[in-house]
Structure formats: structure tokens, C-alpha cells
Design a binder for this molecule. Structure first.
Ligand SMILES: [Zn+2]
Length: 229
């Protein structure tokens, strides 16, 4: 409910007086009473207005006291309290869930990025022949992720079988996507390091076991400290 601050409480005095009609109304019942016309006279404080003034200040029979003690008024007060209880509002529950999901996604993604960085730096293959859950060797990527998880509960709680089906961050497509982001970062870094100095490039190609061409690129340059890299 927009515009209502968190520490707002229900108004202690809910009766309102209208000088025009010389009648009293109950603000809370007016707003929250869900069945204002069930019995004769029960709409006195909401629709018609109460003006039977001789019934006021009549000890325990005071109409105001009787109204406050009525189940209709008490029900309205509960409804009012519920509406003002912001912690229970649906948008807060959803928002909290979202924040939690974002945090879990971050941890999950970071684990995958770390695994990919390590495997790439060590020139290891990512995938295994059999990556099914029952496989004894699910390939370097998943086995390394399992190792990370086994040493850290925070990671273990969000990766692999603890990850939602649609965002495990372990598919081949995701691996390639992360790898291509890393590759472009590395290229950018090398480009910055080379700057305007002289460089030479060596390129060699060879066929791998799957008869695919593999291209290796070596770049040599002198950095700004005069050292050959
Ligand atoms: Zn009331």
C-alpha cells in the first residue's frame, strides 16, 4: 500500500463526528466492514451515521462502547491491522524471494566461472563422455564443480542437483558463453598491454584427433618496461 509508512498503527480513535448530519461514524468500520448491513442498525456507524445521543454516556450501555465491543468492529480492526502489517504484504515476500534468488544465482554463476577459468588456464577439456548423474566420471567441468561444492557448503547448497532445473549454469552453451566473455576480456587486456609498441604474430595450425583444425596464436611484443613478453 503506497504511502503508508512501516511503523503506522491503527488510529486509536476511530469515531468521526459530522457536524452537518450531527452524527457519529466509525472510520475503521466504514473502510473495512465486509458486511455492513447484516442486521438492522449495524450500518448506524458506517452508512446512516449514529445520532441517538441519549444512548451515549449511559454506563456500560453506551452505544460507542457497545459498538467497539461488537464483532463487526473487532473484525474491521483486524482487517485494518492486516493491511497495515507491511511485512506480510505480498510484494515484500516476492521481493525478499527475488533478493535470495539473485544471491544464489551469483554464487552459482561464480562457481561455474571459476571452474571454466581454471580448466582453460590448465588447457583441460571441459566435457566428459558420459555426464549423466550415474556416471563415475562426469567430465572435468562437473567433477571440478563437485570438488568445489564438497569444500564449501555455500556453493554446495546452490549448484548441480541443488540448482533449479532451468538455471544450473553447467550446459555446454553456458560454458561457451562464459568462455567467450573471458576470451574477449583477455584479448582486450593483451591489446592494452601491447599498446603502440612493435609486435609479431606467429600462427600455426594442426589437426586434432577429431580431425578439426586447431589454431595456436603466439604474440610477442615489448612491453612499456622494455621487456619481451
Ligand atoms: Zn467500528
Amino acid at each position: 500500500m503506497a504511502g503508508v509508512s512501516g511503523d503506522q498503527t491503527i488510529p486509536s480513535k476511530s469515531e468521526e463526528y459530522s457536524p452537518t448530519t450531527d452524527s457519529a461514524y466509525c472510520f475503521i468500520c466504514y473502510l473495512f466492514s465486509d458486511k455492513p448491513n447484516v442486521r438492522k442498525g449495524t450500518d448506524a456507524f458506517t452508512v446512516k451515521g449514529f445520532n441517538n445521543w441519549k444512548k451515549v454516556n449511559d454506563g456500560n450501555n453506551c452505544a460507542f462502547l457497545k459498538h467497539i465491543g461488537s464483532s463487526q468492529h473487532k473484525g474491521a480492526v483486524v482487517s485494518c491491522e492486516n493491511l497495515l502489517n507491511q511485512k506480510a504484504h505480498i510484494e515484500n515476500v516476492i521481493e525478499k524471494r527475488n533478493a535470495e534468488d539473485v544471491l544464489k544465482n551469483c554464487i552459482r554463476l561464480k562457481a561455474s566461472v571459476d571452474v571454466i577459468r581454471w580448466l582453460t588456464f590448465q588447457a583441460c577439456a571441459f566435457r566428459g563422455n558420459d555426464e549423466t548423474v550415474d556416471s563415475k566420471n562426469r567430465g572435468n567441468f562437473i567433477e571440478l564443480l563437485k570438488l568445489l561444492a564438497s569444500h564449501n557448503d555455500e556453493v554446495a547448497n546452490v549448484v548441480l542437483h541443488n540448482a533449479p532445473f532451468n538455471s544450473k549454469f553447467t550446459s555446454g552453451d553456458i560454458q561457451k558463453e562464459i568462455l567467450s566473455i573471458i576470451a574477449s576480456k583477455v584479448r582486450k587486456h593483451i591489446r592494452n598491454e601491447v599498446g603502440d609498441s612493435y609486435f609479431c604474430v606467429m600462427v600455426d595450425e594442426a589437426r586434432d584427433e577429431a580431425k578439426r583444425e586447431q589454431m595456436a596464436i603466439v604474440i610477442r611484443f615489448v612491453d612499456k618496461d622494455g621487456i619481451i613478453r
